[in-house]
Design a protein around this ligand. Sequence first.
Ligand code: NAD
Length: 486
Amino acid sequence: MSDTIAPVRPARLIINGEAVDAASGRTFTTTNPATGEPITEVAEAGVEDVDRAVRAARAAFEGPWSRMKASDRQRLLTKLGDLVLENADELARLETLDNGKPIFESRQVDIGMVAGCFHYFAGWATKLTGETIPVSPAFFNYTLREPVGVVGAIIPWNFPMIMVGWKAAPALAAGNTVVLKPAAETPLTAVRIGELALEAGLPPGVFNVLPGPGSVAGAALVRHPGVDKLTFTGSTEVGRGIMHECANTLKKVTLELGGKSPNIVFADADLDAALRGATTGIFYGKGEVCAAGSRLLVERSIYDDFVAKLAERASKLVPMDPMDPKCRLGALVNEKQMNTVLSYIETGVKEGATVVAGGKRAPVNGKGTFVQATVLANATNAMRVAQEEIFGPVLTVIPFEGEDDAVAQANDVFYGLAAGVWTKDVKKAHRVARRLQAGTVWVNMYNFYDPAMPFGGVKGSGFGRDLGAEGLLGYTQTKSVWVSIE
Ligand code: NAD
């Protein structure tokens, strides 16, 4: 019952308040990973389009957007959040067609987060304040909390719609204008939200969307001297290159990169809850989730039993047509990603891990980039499948002996994005949460997000935060004003 019958109209660039073709006239085809069939054509932004969009964003920043009352900005962003909800079915369908994720997730999780971001950050537009500072009776000292200017946002393919909310909502609420480049694999929802922003009444040039290849449109945005801040979510490798490049124009930069997050199950946990958390921790979003709990650390005394139950649970999670509301495991984003995931499973076996569930490609109706829910047991933390981001439905399960060993193994990795802790011992839970090197720690839960809670990494997972008050402040800068009053 793949829903490719209703045609999807071609997507164009959103520049300066209009949907336009690329200056070069080039387009590319975006494909449904669940069927391998084309979805529609998309205008392909090049260097010239990036330049036009950045100039439009600059004019809007210096013009209507900065002259607007904060309460009007709040109203427009609230309206955009409302429009996301009003167009939820269409947006969810586009997201699932483009990315392969279950329609259940697009509709029940992603839509709420995107609308939630616009609503939450809209409220902040009227609440960003500076301080008055007591320096001397002769002076009046205060600070202004100002927007940075034009923000370039580059986002990945795993949460194309959510990432628009995470980046654009706080940047716009703080008074910046935005040029956003979605991943070439999944451009459709970002363009649609760009259209909805115009419908909401955002002035031309405030929010521009440029689908196109990272090496051309992305690189041009990173290099452009008219961009004041670059916010990037994606792979560590590309992030590292972006940081180098931003040095040339001294752009502020925020990097949200990959992860290999430990999910730690102590023997004294509520084991049924831990089992559910371990499963959704890796298989939600097909494991193409930066914060996936892809390294499951299980206390040795319960290891064999826990792994057996996990294998049973994973075997029941069968890939299905993502448009089917019952689907909980969709298609990986493309063939390249599927092959990477399958080759990691082979690597794990060569390294000595045992496949206790899944392990294979699993086409649906003979098509698509589906991989079974896979569990690799008897792994050690030194294996590549324990150290490298696989970014697919593959869980590596490692035994540990006691609290110190759990923490040592959890932290023995390049990344530091997220971590989970499962225990009924409240003191141990808080102790371990403090000792873990991660930007987010979930205790007796996993994979929860909210617009109000900051999210980001430490170590190789990057720096800076999305979401929450801290995410918002990343799109501002402080001006100190001294006034002589004597
Ligand atoms: P990617 O790094 O390949 O691409 C991310 C974006 O960067 C895309 O829009 C791409 O077109 C663009 N890009 C590629 N090369 C570029 C260049 N030279 N200059 C400028 N832009 C360029 O990542 P991906 O494969 O799309 O996404 C998966 C990665 O994203 C994973 O590593 C995952 O962990 C990470 N991720 C992190 C978070 C987080 O919050 N930390 C969230 C989601 C995904």
